[in-house]
Design a protein around this ligand. Sequence first.
Ligand SMILES: O=C(O)CCC(=O)CC(=O)O
Length: 264
Amino acid sequence: MNMIRANGQVLHFADTGEQDLPVLVFANSLGTDFRIWDRVCAQLAGKFRLVRYDKRGHGLSTASASPYAMDDHVDDLTALLDALQLTSVIMVGLSVGGQIAQGIALKRPELVQALVLCDTAVRIGDHKTWTARIEAIDAGGIEVLAEAILERWFSADFRTQRADELEGWRAMLVRTPRQGYLGTCAAIRGADFTQQAAQLKLPVLCVCGTEDLATTPELVQATAGLIENARYVPIEGAGHLPCIEFPDELVGAMTDFFQENSLV
Ligand SMILES: O=C(O)CCC(=O)CC(=O)O
């Protein structure tokens, strides 16, 4: 197990692959830990150095008291990357992880070579819906919203055909520390990269599951439209977490993007 103190948090991370390979850094979504990338990383091993981590309040990383700001997550991850002495990485971020990736690319442009933005947007949801989610979970725990969240995370086909696996992902969700989940809801509520998106001057791939009910294909396409030369690729049949439902298709889209931009 790898743990590191970075920006005042103790972060759980994995760093695998030869040091001289191109570096992919993965940032997870709300209520998830870095296991969501297992199948994607299995396919990319040997071609990339793969860095994954649990953001604060998730997985095995420490959960400081809610609320958090998006900048807290951005500063945690940049502190981890600096501690690993990484100077040029490709960021792959899912949902809030994609917002963390945008934040790092804006704050430390020299560090980020390219972005893969999965099921994410410059702004996710609105103040009212995040406040309602925070209040519901503060009162009753993540369990009260778990079924609704899983319906957004996974397509109807996945939920019926891969029911045992679904139970595992449900366990991951409901075991997320409440402070970590609430703190990150507050971070998403306060984040809006709409005005800064035009400053992103690097290769960007935006992907979205066609069945994503959390960050819809329309929302993700609109974000791609704000970023110069961003490419949009749908992942047919996937919900909010294509890395779990359709890892082959996600890796295919990433590989095409890396080759087109001479990143490998
Ligand atoms: O998944 C995220 O990081 C934020 C979007 C979201 O709220 C997904 C969900 O739980 O429905």
